[in-house]
Design a protein around this ligand. Structure first.
Ligand SMILES: C[C@@H](C(=O)O)C(=O)SCCNC(=O)CCNC(=O)[C@H](O)C(C)(C)COP(=O)(O)OP(=O)(O)OC[C@H]1O[C@@H](n2cnc3c(N)ncnc32)[C@H](O)[C@@H]1OP(=O)(O)O
Ligand SMILES: [Co+2]
Length: 134
């Protein structure tokens, strides 16, 4: 059911410093910061030849990544995003397997303008999973 790896997200305590490090130390192609108010984060995408890295920084007081950054003050890998063809079919199948779909259970529009959903990390070996319909 899942297809390509769309992105790996890293929560960072300093978005500008992390962007600059990927640009100058790692020599990566780094995009501009993008506010995602529906998701409570500001994101910076880094284009790699085979996938993307999504740097995440909290936006607003009730950002879903506040708790993660409190527990991991120097940042850390926050989620992986897999592509699916049909997010509603994927969601319904996953619910049948007992996986918890986060939030309202309805897809939201993600940073690429496409529907996304999140699955509880405790149901996936401690790894928060995002699904994106492509
Ligand atoms: C823009 C968009 C896009 O790409 O298009 C995005 O990516 S938006 C990316 C940001 N949006 C999201 O993450 C939306 C989905 N996330 C959520 O709903 C939340 O962050 C949860 C995953 C439910 C975590 O909520 P909260 O921080 O309140 O944590 P909690 O204290 O209830 O956590 C319950 C347990 O899960 C662990 N936990 C929390 N976040 C985790 C993570 N990212 N990876 C692995 N484990 C994690 C905690 O350490 C804790 O474990 P222990 O009990 O063992 O200590
Ligand atoms: Co993401």
């Amino acid at each position: 059911m899942i297809g390509r790896l769309n992105h790996v997200a890293i929560a960072v305590p300093d978005l500008e410093a992390a962007s600059e490090q990927y640009r100058s130390a790692l020599g990566a192609k780094v995009g501009a910061p993008q506010d995602e108010p529906d998701h409570g984060v500001t994101v910076v995408f880094i284009e790699l030849p085979n996938t993307k890295i999504e740097l995440l920084y909290p936006l607003g007081d009730d950002s879903p990544i506040n708790g993660f950054l409190e527990k991991n003050p120097s940042g850390g890998i926050h989620h992986v995003c897999y592509e699916v063809d049909d997010i509603i079919a994927a969601r319904d199948h996953l619910k049948e397997t007992g996986a918890r779909v986060l939030g309202s259970g309805e897809p939201k529009i993600g940073a690429h303008g496409k529907p996304v959903l999140f699955l509880h990390p405790k149901d996936f070996n401690g790894c928060l999973v995002e699904l994106e319909q492509v």
